[in-house]
Design a protein around this ligand. Structure first.
Ligand SMILES: Cc1cc2nc3c(=O)[nH]c(=O)nc-3n(C[C@H](O)[C@H](O)[C@H](O)COP(=O)(O)OP(=O)(O)OC[C@H]3O[C@@H](n4cnc5c(N)ncnc54)[C@H](O)[C@@H]3O)c2cc1C
Length: 337
């Protein structure tokens, strides 16, 4: 059995490891764009208050995964799936390669969602979605710290990640202004009372929280970056945090059924029976994306069991909850997921 997995996030790596433990003779190949190893994505939002984050965030090196043994191909992007030939294509050192599979696992995760009005000025702002993003932001921030300054950031989006990043930058000494379109923070996850509590906690950390904001665009003025609402305000750095977008392009180009994510049945199988999807990229028949660590790990373990004949019943989402990693904040009510 030639098992090819695309993506080295929790979905791809957990599946690869579990499948390896259940099927000793399979040929498992994991292809990823990443070069830094398998890391904890949730820890990205603690990326400013922890000095050693670039090392401590890595859960397993790719060399360690190779020992499992899993054949690791890193720093490489899969560019096409040929469903008739059952191959995936990639380029390495200027050479086109193709990799054959018997079963293909799509675990490409998600990128940051950029609202259409901001797309033309994507060179003016950061998003925090990967370790590469975090490294870029830390380097940029360091240019201020080296001059004995703390930057003033504008964060666009008061959802879970926007609030977490705002909190971490503020406790690290930076000035932060948080622009949110709605009339309360994290309105999709929190009860009204907890949104108010969260706002108080952020404001007590020195964050300027602006609600009901219609951010129209960004412009650059010399070394400053401006946010245009009804007014224009200047900042040293901008961060857009407006949700996530499953990476469906590859599956779409291969003719698989796509909705918000890659559509799968209750067995995590796509519209091609040789191809499965899990993690942030997968959309279940109930229309849900289970974009959290606990259900994704559960999907990975279940799928490995299913593919080795140890699970027969369909995947069912486990009961789980989440928490915003905002310094000093505890919600009084359970989050809505
Ligand atoms: C800042 C932040 C904080 C978060 N905090 C929490 C939290 O506290 N709790 C929680 O439960 N969840 C949290 N999440 C969500 C959670 O991290 C994600 O749901 C989870 O990591 C998704 O895992 P994944 O494996 O599906 O995708 P990803 O982690 O996105 O991994 C996908 C991988 O596929 C690779 N890839 C994509 N396309 C290709 C291609 N064509 N070729 C090769 N490689 C490719 C990517 O480079 C990436 O390595 C957070 C997310 C972020 C961004």
């Amino acid at each position: 059995m030639r098992m090819v997995i695309i993506g080295s996030g929790i979905a791809g790596v957990s599946f690869a490891e579990k499948y390896r433990s259940l099927c000793k003779d399979a040929e498992i190949t994991l292809v990823t764009k990443e070069t830094d190893g398998y890391y904890s994505r949730p820890l990205l939002s603690r990326g400013f208050s922890k000095d050693d984050i670039e090392r401590s965030i890595v859960l397993k090196t790719f060399d360690k995964l190779s020992e499992s043994p899993i054949n690791m191909i890193s720093g490489v992007e899969i560019t096409a799936i040929d469903r008739d030939k059952k191959t995936v294509a990639y380029e390495i050192n200027g050479q086109q390669k193709s990799l054959p599979y018997d079963k293909l696992i799509l675990a490409q995760g998600s990128s940051a969602f950029i609202p259409p009005p901001f797309r033309a000025s994507s060179d003016l702002f950061f998003c925090l979605n990967s370790l590469i993003d975090l490294k870029k932001m830390r380097q940029f921030r360091q240019t201020f710290l080296d001059r004995g300054l703390n930057p003033h950031w504008a964060i666009i989006g008061g959802g879970l990640i926007g609030c977490e990043v705002a909190s971490d930058l503020a406790v690290s000494g930076d000035k932060v202004t948080l622009f949110h379109a709605m009339d309360r923070l994290m309105e999709r996850q929190l009860a009204n009372e907890d949104s108010v509590l969260l706002q108080n906690v952020l404001e007590n950390t020195g964050i300027n929280v602006l609600l009901n904001q219609n951010v129209q665009k960004f412009i650059r003025q010399d070394d400053k970056f401006c946010v245009l609402t009804e007014e224009t305000s200047q900042f040293d750095g901008l961060i857009v945090s407006c949700g996530f977008k499953p990476r469906t392009e590859l599956a779409d180009a291969a003719g698989l059924d796509i909705g918000r994510g890659i559509k799968v049945n209750q067995y995590l199988q796509t519209s091609d029976e040789a191809i499965y999807a899990l993690g942030d990229v997968a959309e279940l028949p109930n229309g849900k994306l289970y974009a959290f660590i606990l259900p994704i790990r559960n999907q990975a373990n279940w799928l490995a069991g299913f593919m080795t004949g140890q699970e027969q019943s369909p995947w069912a989402a486990p009961v789980f909850s989440t928490k915003a990693k905002v310094h000093g904040f505890e919600a009084n009510h359970p989050y809505t997921l």
